[in-house]
Design a protein around this ligand. Sequence first.
Ligand code: FAD
Ligand code: GLY
Length: 371
Amino acid sequence: MPQQEIVVIGGGIIGCSIALRLAKLGASVTLLEKDRIGREASWAAAGMLGPHSEASGPDPFFDLCIRSRDLYAGFAAELREDSGVDAGYRNDGGFFVALEPHESLDAARWSGWQIDSGLELQQVSSSDLRSHEPEISDQIHSAISIPGDHQVDNRLLMTALEIAILRAGVKVVRHCEVASLELKNNRVSAVLSHDARFDCEAVVHAAGCWSSVLLKQIGLAIDVVPAHGQMLSVRGPHLNHVVHSNDCYLVPRADGRLLIGATVEYQGFRKTVTAGAIHSLLTSAMRLVPSIQNAQLVEWWSGLRPDTRDHQPLLGPAGPDGLFLATGHFRNGILLAPITAELISSAIMSGKPASDLGPFRADRFLVKRAG
Ligand code: FAD
Ligand code: GLY
């Protein structure tokens, strides 16, 4: 049987993870990236794998996040095997810390239903927390331990993925901006850049927060908008786990850096890092860990999360035959990469999208006109 020709648009974590899975299933895959591989949102992220701390309720999105978290140990081991790069996957959990009584009430909203459903979250006392994390302020009001949240070093993961896709035979074309899709008889037949044409039978659209441009060209009015996130890192204070509060999160890296994030701002495609945002993140972080006052500043950066109207991803077939969306992962694209790759690759290769894609299909945003 001839190999299926598939083009993946976008070399972030989503496009690369799908390309890897498709190549391993035997497809002929070309990945087109307008810049360098993995240097946009997937580089900017904090790498938290936080289905529990990001959950808004017991819904299909929570289930998807849990399934992806459960795939992560295997995904990280596979990438280490394929690339020789260890992406720093850790399954040692995290804490949410409330500094004020009203923050404990907010925490009860996202954690209460999980505790009631028997999930592993637990209230911990200030002294228990400080026995795990001696550098946390002694001024805390309450804390919750979240053993089921994990983490990975997303920059190392992108380095590993780039090596892995090349070794798996994916044809990677960097600095190639896709300008349009060619359709024949309501089926995608080619992807066009300004100076090249890539004939194909299927297209995976994984262009992150830039995804809407091509969708609008083919009459699909689906918004994916950039949600700007600013972050910084410092060196000095030592944490053993990811720590969240209402105002910021702190993520320790194996090399001794502590990441502090992040803003969520809707201001178009601007990626400026502002003094005001860094000041506010540092102020929040120092309330949690006072020794950050004396920390060495290492780096500041920002990225654009691909957000949708309901903040949930767009997954599966949409519009013309052969087009598959894998975008809109907003705050959870690092977490959701393994399950996205598995669901999208098996939908393309089997020709039958799994029913679990149902809640995330683009149809939910497409207005049906009467008559
Ligand atoms: P991207 O990584 O942005 O990749 C899209 C790629 O498509 C880009 O490389 C772009 O250049 C390319 N592209 C776009 N248009 C075209 C075109 N026309 N032709 C060719 N190529 C094109 N998620 C988590 O799970 N955990 C976290 O802790 C976390 N923290 C975050 C912190 C911050 C500050 C930010 C900004 C995000 C965070 N996220 C986190 C979210 C996560 O980073 C994103 O959901 C994820 O990276 C999205 O991956 P992607 O591949 O869809 O997008
Ligand atoms: N998931 C963390 C963030 O998007 O900032």
